[in-house]
Design a protein around this ligand. Sequence first.
Ligand code: BJW
Ligand code: ZN
Length: 246
Amino acid sequence: MDAIFEAAEHIRQARYVTVLTGAGVSAESGVPTFRASDGLWEGHHIEDVATPEGFRRNPHLVWEFYNERRNKLKQVRPNPGHYALVELEKRFAERFTLVTQNVDGLHQQAGSNTVAELHGSLYRTRCTGCKDLRIHDLEPLGELPKCQKCDRLLRPDIVWFREELPKEVWQRAYLAAQACDVFLLIGTSAVVYPAAGLAQIARNRGPAGDEGATIIEFNLEETAVSNSVDLGVYGPSGVTLPKLIE
Ligand code: BJW
Ligand code: ZN
């Protein structure tokens, strides 16, 4: 049977659906992925721009990197993959949970209402002093933006390596993984934890780990987890996801 058709059938029969998206779902919108050879970090060492130590060493460089990404986002629009997930949310209502590792806000821009952003957002800053969270448009924030309340340095509200994920958001994602009977992994290399572990949580659900959810991967190509998923749909998600809702 055609993999997409089979995936659509699993979803039709599901009561609870939980989705984890990664950079691949935004690739067709023109947002570079992280681990592609032309990926975002090329020319930047991960340790310099995506760790708290890197920010302490050189906040100037880190802000330059994030201001550039924020600026590029101005030209970016959601693609048919994002819109297909909006449609799934409409069909399942509160029985559907969208968890994303993306920080680009494209799911919300497409119209998804309750997105659990595991790794933060390029639209927010957090004060390194008083922790004040603030929402911004995509205009450059300056080389070293300061807090309006306490004048300390602001940082992007992004989860860097070795940092904890926001507790309340993680809790929601964890519960949704535990409760679902179909779990979709979309456009993610599934190598960054704890996000990638949500699929295992869904698989081991039930009192004795005996009510495992069906795990379906949507990706351009096979990934590190392909041999442990139940079904794989390979192709661009902007093409495959809309077929789920036809
Ligand atoms: C398509 C497509 C199309 C393309 N259609 N598909 C050793 C040292 C330090 C830490 C660790 C360590 N070992 C383990 C850790 C923990 C670490 C981790 O997991 N590291 C692994 C890499 C090993 N995790 C953490 O540090 C987390 N925190 C944590 O664990 O805290 C506890 C702790 C405390 C103290 C010490 C250790 C742990 C936090 C993780 C935060 C991740 N943040 C980032 C960067 C944010 C910065 C930024 O945005 O600038 O978030 S990492 C980066 O990867 C980003 C993404 O959200 C995340 C996931 O990537 P994603 O989305 O999967 O993208 P890609 O590029 O990898 O994959 C794209 C996929 O799409 C590919 O498969 C393509 O094929 C596919 N694709 N086009 C469909 N059209
Ligand atoms: Zn402050």
